[in-house]
Design a protein around this ligand. Structure first.
Ligand SMILES: *[C@@H]1O[C@H](CO)[C@@H](O)[C@H](O)[C@H]1NC(C)=O
Ligand SMILES: *[C@@H]1O[C@H](CO)[C@@H](O)[C@H](O)[C@H]1NC(C)=O
Ligand SMILES: *[C@@H]1O[C@H](CO)[C@@H](O)[C@H](O)[C@H]1NC(C)=O
Ligand SMILES: *[C@@H]1O[C@H](CO)[C@@H](O)[C@H](O)[C@H]1NC(C)=O
Length: 868
């Protein structure tokens, strides 16, 4: 039996081997992997290789096809290639048997079955390959502040994943939590999914700031991905909404009050008949009790329906919404006294109030008064110019409550202003020469009384500062009182001044003026990106009691301003503003007082060829001493700027910065240029200055330069019976050389005719000019003078010679005349030396005999005569 089975297996194996052999012998074999996976957005290669029996592959018999599902997506044959933009094959590799398909920027819809078909006539073979697309989930726990000892839920959002199956587990301090459910699955436009998991926490689960982790497993992830949240506690807000009419005005004011919450951020939204109401004169009170007003103007808005206040806070799973019915004007008239309209409705807010008069009585009273509560005192915005109206609301009193307003002056003097009978116009209570008027509107539903009371008056800054207002409701013998401090609040006017200390610190001084009340907190901080607290000195002053000023000074090391990102911030807290006020400054501010100033470049009137030209620029008034100076050059007629670097041609002396008496720095920067006519003519030098306080660097330019060359007498020689005079280095080329002669008596000089003079002009390679002037006079016992005139010379250069016995002597004052050096070597007769002044003297003269001596131009000490 066993043998039999083995035999069958052997038989089968043989058959299989044969099949394999047959396949090997077939002249085409295509190989692909069975599947491939990649991430969304990436590129992928779907490998497909083939082998033919006897390579090389003959392209005439070859065709390639790629299908995605049933759709042909790419074709390659003798006619060429057809493909779509995101799909490609490398044509160069096809004849090597590589038909792999590249897909770029994968999307979810690219996942599926691809077929690689190779036709090598007459054979054909095709193979399938599955492409799996994955997208890696993002995991985030919604980090709400929780309420201690309270059950709640947390959400973990898992987004942008593919394919669908995910596993979400929750851990509390590393231990698995069971109470979670996956929410509905949503698909994004790109085919990826998102899904939330909601964890339900019991009160004990939230104890002791546990760490809650949301962990997600997905086939795209080798290890689970997670987000964690260390539980933080907060206090949810209590919310109260009420409405009131403003005395004698058509508007209705709605007040939404959120109290006792923590942390601070809280959003209040008004919703009028289901739609978010625009900020129509909305106002907020500061601090951790927040209020919002909404003014409804009957002429502009709807009078029917309802208005809601929606309060959101991070301790809340869902926002708290309190809704009020809007009432008709005439309906309200029923409850109102005189011309005063009333509309009151109050909701929620707990009052913990127990009255201890026996157990039964306690329970009875507690129940009786349980819902009686009094709102904060709210202040309307200033209406009718200066008039202010304060509101206070009591609700759910079992009996009609009595209202008592009390005004307390800052010296402790108090005055009660009671309501009751509507007061005839103009007969209000007087205090501090001020008329106060009280209006109280009452409504009753099912034996519960709601009361809105308002106190109106025109405050006077000097009289009413420091005044407090109390609003007391007495409900069946039980009183509740609210207090409003600082009725008058003056917002400080701020200004900032910067100065420099002797030791190089920046003194920044903030002045806040005319604020009230006195309490104010000022904090300084500074840094680059991250702010660090700083110490400061405060100096408060009292403006004869009616308001206050304060100066706050902070010292900062000056070097910190070298970083343009360095910022100083000063913030102050005052009752006058809901939010902290602040000012910030840095060296980059346009009004930073120590930005460098640049004077014009000081330059020589003309640059003299062959000398050094110095350009200087003064920079002043800057702080800190972080100056960057760069010299640039622009060629004549060019646009481009080139950096000037120290070299043989350019010297840039180190700049010396000086501290001025006012603490700022100044310096003079210079550039020394070896001037040559050809390079500097028309060129321009630019001094560019950078400083942390400057966005764009400052620049000053020399303007297009002009260059002059002063003629230099380089060589005076005698050749044969001629004087050869060489004049070099002048620019521009216009020059005049005149020769005169006189007899033995050295009088009556006469101009030597041009015919006896031979002048020749050459241009040197450095742009300057050179001239040789040959005097071919041929008489003895003569005095001869040569005069050279050029625009650069104040007075002409004059040379005087004596000719005696065929020898010329150069006459110089107070010295025995020397014979001119003789030019002995036959000078090379090529006319252009191309080498500037040094060579200039040696070259260009027609052969003459001579002697040599040297005469130089005024002011030129240089001699390049040769001595025999
Ligand atoms: C086929 O060509 C692709 C490039 O298109 C290359 O990445 C791949 O390695 C090649 N496969 C083989 C087996 O040579
Ligand atoms: C990739 O595809 C997405 C969606 O189709 C598109 O928004 C994106 O621009 C593409 N990126 C590239 C580099 O082509
Ligand atoms: C998932 O939770 C987040 C955070 O709580 C929320 O913003 C989002 O709307 C929720 N998404 C779904 C699909 O429920
Ligand atoms: C408030 O108004 C909205 C829109 O007019 C309405 O859908 C809703 O039912 C009203 N709610 C109440 C309590 O009247």
């Amino acid at each position: 039996m066993e043998y039999c089975v083995t035999g069958k297996v052997l038989e089968f194996l043989l058959f299989f081997l044969l099949l394999l052999l047959l396949q090997q012998c077939s002249s085409l074999k295509v190989t692909v992997p069975s599947s491939q996976s990649s991430l969304i957005g990436r590129d992928v290669l779907l490998p497909c290789t083939f082998r033919v029996d006897n390579p090389p592959v003959n392209p005439k018999f070859l065709a390639l096809l790629w299908h995605f599902g049933d759709k042909e997506v790419l074709r390659y044959d003798t006619k060429g290639k057809v493909s779509s933009p995101r799909l490609s094959i490398d044509e160069k590799l096809i004849l090597e048997g590589n038909a792999s398909l590249s897909l770029s920027n994968l999307t979810i819809s690219d996942g599926g079955t691809y077929r690689c078909s190779v036709i090598y006539s007459p054979n054909t073979q095709q193979k399938e390959i599955r492409l799996h697309i994955h997208a890696v989930p993002e995991v985030a726990v919604a980090k709400r502040t929780l309420v201690q000892n309270q059950g709640t839920s947390l959400q973990c959002s898992v987004t942008d994943f593919y394919p669908q199956p995910i596993t979400v587990t929750w851990l509390r301090n590393g231990k698995l939590l069971a109470n979670s459910v996956l929410g509905p699955l949503h698909q994004n436009a790109d085919g990826t999914f998102r899904q939330n998991s909601t964890l339900t926490l019991t009160p004990s689960d939230t104890l002791n700031n546990p760490e809650i982790v949301c962990q997600v497993q997905h086939e795209s992830l080798p290890t689970p991905r997670q987000d964690s949240y260390k539980v933080q506690y907060g206090v949810p807000p209590s919310v109260q909404v009420y409405s009131a009419k403003i005395n004698g005005r058509p508007e209705q004011v709605f007040v939404c009050e959120a109290t006792q919450f923590d942390p601070e951020p809280l959003q209040i939204k008004w919703i009028l008949n289901g739609k978010i109401a625009e900020d129509q004169r909305k106002n907020k009170d500061g601090g951790f009790n927040k209020g919002s007003y909404y003014f409804l103007n009957p002429t502009s808005g709807s009078q029917e329906g309802n208005i809601s206040c929606e309060v959101d806070h991070e301790t809340l799973l869902h926002p708290i919404t309190e809704t009020l019915q809007l009432r008709q004007e005439d309906e309200e008239a029923k409850y109102s006294a005189g011309n005063i309209a009333a509309a009151i409705f109050l909701t929620m807010l707990l009052t913990g109030a127990a009255i201890t008069v026996g157990l039964w009585f306690l329970i009875y009273r507690k129940k009786y008064f349980q819902r009686f509560r009094v709102s904060h005192i709210h202040r309307s915005q200033m209406l009718d110019g200066e008039k202010v109206t304060l509101y206070c609301v009591a609700s759910d009193c079992p009996k009609d409550p009595q209202v008592i307003w009390t005004v307390e002056e800052n010296d402790g003097k108090k005055m009660e202003i009671t309501e009751d009978e509507p007061q005839p116009q103009g007969e209000g209570n007087m205090l501090l020469d001020q008329e106060f008027s009280v209006r109280t509107d009452r409504t009753e539903t099912d034996g519960r009384h709601n009361v809105t009371s308002s106190l109106s008056f025109t405050p006077d800054v000097s009289k009413h500062k420091g005044m407090s207002v109390f609003c007391k409701f007495v409900c069946d013998g039980r009183a509740k009182e609210e207090k409003l401090d600082y009725l008058i609040i003056l917002k400080p006017k701020d200004s900032m001044k910067l100065s420099l200390s002797e030791s190089g610190e920046v003194l920044s001084c903030l002045t806040l003026q005319e604020f009230y009340p006195r309490d104010i907190q000022i904090r300084w901080s500074c840094g680059v990106g991250h702010y660090k607290e700083l110490e400061s000195k405060e100096k408060p002053t009292d403006n004869s009691g009616s308001s206050f000023n304060i100066e706050s000074e902070c010292k900062l090391p000056g070097h910190l301003f070298k970083d343009p990102g360095f910022k100083v911030r000063v913030t102050w807290n005052h009752r006058s503003s809901d939010e902290e006020e602040s000012r910030e400054f840095s060296a980059t501010d346009p009004d930073f007082p120590w930005r460098p100033q640049m004077e014009e470049i000081i330059k020589p009137d003309t640059l003299i060829h062959g000398t050094e030209g110095k350009f200087q620029c003064k920079i002043l008034g800057y702080f800190p001493d972080a100056l960057e100076v760069k010299w640039l050059r622009r060629e004549a007629g060019g646009q481009e700027l080139f950096s000037v670097c120290p070299s043989e041609k350019y010297k840039i002396p180190e700049m010396e910065q000086k501290r001025e008496a006012d603490g700022t720095f100044s310096c003079t920067v210079s550039l020394i240029v070896s001037v040559s006519a050809i390079t500097e003519k028309g060129a321009e030098f630019i001094c560019r200055v950078g400083h942390p306080s400057l966005g764009e660097p400052l620049e000053r330019s020399t303007g297009a330069l002009s260059v002059r060359g002063v003629p230099v007498m380089t060589n005076i020689t005698q050749k044969d019976t001629h004087i050869i005079m060489e004049i070099d280095q002048f620019y521009p080329q216009n020059i005049e050389v005149t020769w005169h002669r006189a007899g033995k008596d050295r009088k009556d000089y006469k101009k030597i005719p041009d015919a006896d003079i031979h002048n020749e002009l050459y241009e040197n390679s450095d742009g300057s000019y050179r001239l040789t002037s040959v005097n071919k006079i041929n008489k003895n016992n003569l005095y001869i003078t040569a005069l050279v005139q050029h625009e650069t010379l104040n007075s002409p250069i004059k040379k005087e010679f004596l000719r005696e016995k065929k020898v010329y002597y150069l006459l110089s004052e107070g010295q025995k005349p020397d014979p001119l050096p003789k030019q002995t070597d036959p000078a090379p007769n090529n006319e252009e030396s191309g080498r500037g002044s040094e060579d200039a003297g040696k070259t260009q003269i027609p052969p003459v005999t001579g002697q040599q001596n040297v005469g130089n131009a005024p002011g030129e000490g240089k001699s390049n005569g040769k001595k025999d």
